[in-house]
Design a protein around this ligand. Structure first.
Ligand code: FAD
Length: 397
């Protein structure tokens, strides 16, 4: 596979030079763990204080990582990405708040996003966080229930609150099914993940018979997930449905390790990055080799993992735009992967959150933290932005 991610002209064609200069400033600032640590504490307080910092946030971190405050605003970014052959995964980026009223409101917003996606030609998926439609306490409680033979916990059946969560998810998937939009269920922390897995499998059993509507997310930094992916596949084959598998490495490593240590149980996370990478690539390979019964969404900024799968597709003689293989990166990061892959004809999308500035602050703070802690990620973004700015400057001479 000869694809190179080095073409920064292609990667940033959709960004003006002034946007790139702002991005360079932003990535330079969030490179500092100290600044990020202070900012994550101070920003929410400042937002509530009435000080006029909305404008600063809107023009910097919000613009870099979010599609807009509303669906209409996000439509502009969606169209722009579409003109470069890049698709979109819409994410209602508002963080979970407890209470049935909030859960119902999130459900309505997700259904609106699905309706909107159906009117655009480059939004194949929306993403859903179960913690947006279910109480954390309920999920933790269900997670502690006895395990079934399948390895997934059981006890939901008679719980009225869980019944409401199921109804919300069925309502979302019903509309998605009608409108031909996929639903990606995010993976969350291990102590709430089992009921999420169980519900995802139940939904797939209903909606993935003829086409693939529902995807569960597999975090390959967990040392049990490769096996769980294979088990899910077996359940799918026995149940006569197609497995929707979104593969990620996992976003909550520090939190998981700290909790395991504090509560004295073995960490569910691989001992090192190498082990995570190995399982991630093995999981992707497993999906590709079983593509007749699995639909794969490879969600990663890792160049090697993306290249390996493109290579494997080529070896197996698969079309680059194979209907069951899709790649994705977060909006505002790794454009060199997304745009260069789109040019080559692969199915690739940006994960695009939208929502009121005040409500998406936690998402933005996570992006800042991730970029200050993930080894090399910010460095790589900065190098690419600097390279493209230098190229544009040279061209002017
Ligand atoms: C489109 C999209 C959707 C996503 N959805 C979810 C989701 O639903 N749930 C979720 O949890 N995350 C999600 N993520 C985030 C994802 O899990 C990763 O945190 C992020 O993408 C970085 O991993 P990488 O494969 O891109 O790159 P890399 O930079 O190669 O990997 C970094 C990741 O490797 C793992 N890692 C790093 N150091 C170690 C170590 N010492 N030991 C073990 N493992 C280590 C961690 O998972 C870390 O995040 C999503 C990401 C994308 C792009």
């Amino acid at each position: 596979m000869n694809l190179s991610f080095d073409n920064t002209q292609a990667a940033f064609a959709y960004k003006s030079t002034s946007d790139l200069v702002k991005a360079r400033f932003l990535f330079t600032v969030i490179q500092s763990p100290l600044i990020v640590s202070v900012a994550t504490k101070v920003t929410p307080v400042l937002m509530n204080s009435g000080l006029p910092i909305n404008g600063i946030i809107r023009n910097t971190i919000f613009k870099q990582f979010v599609g807009g405050e509303t669906l209409e605003e996000s439509a502009r970014v969606t169209k722009q990405l579409g003109s470069y052959g890049v698709q979109v995964i819409l994410d209602y980026g508002v963080e979970a708040k407890e209470g049935d009223e909030n859960f119902d409101s999130v459900t309505e917003n997700i259904i609106e996003a699905i309706d909107f996606a159906a009117t655009q030609n480059n939004i194949p998926y929306v993403s859903v966080k179960i913690t947006g439609v279910a109480s954390l306490v309920l999920l933790e409680h269900l997670n502690e229930a006895p395990r079934l033979r399948s390895g997934i916990h059981d006890s939901e059946s008679e719980n009225a609150a869980w019944e409401s969560v199921r109804e919300r998810m069925f309502a979302i998937c019903e509309v998605a099914n009608e409108k031909g939009i996929g639903v990606l269920i995010d993976a969350e922390e291990t102590w709430i993940q089992d009921p999420i897995d169980r519900l995802a499998i139940e939904l797939m059993g209903v909606y993935n018979k003829e086409k693939v509507v529902v995807f569960n997310t597999y975090q390959l930094y967990r040392n049990d997930r490769l096996r769980f992916l294979q088990l899910s596949h077996r359940i799918a084959k026995e149940g006569g449905f197609i497995l929707g598998a979104k593969l990620v490495r996992g976003a909550y490593m520090e939190k998981e390790r700290e909790r395991a240590q504090k509560n004295g149980y073995p960490s569910p996370i691989h001992k090192d990055k190498f082990a995570t990478d190995k399982d991630y690539d093995a999981a992707a390979l497993y999906c590709i080799q079983n593509i007749d019964t699995i639909s794969l969404l490879l969600a990663s900024h890792n160049e090697e993992s993306n290249l390996k799968i493109m290579d494997e597709m080529s070896k197996l003689g698969m079309q680059k735009n194979h209907a069951r293989i899709h790649f994705s990166q977060l909006y505002g990061m790794s454009d060199h992967i997304s745009f260069n892959m789109a040019i080559e004809g692969f199915n690739v999308s940006k994960y695009l959150p939208f929502g009121p500035i005040k409500e998406v602050i936690p998402y933005l703070m996570r992006r800042a933290e991730e970029n200050s802690s993930v080894n090399g990620q910010t460095n790589r973004e900065l190098l690419l932005i600097r390279k493209e700015l230098a190229r544009r400057k040279d061209k002017k001479k």
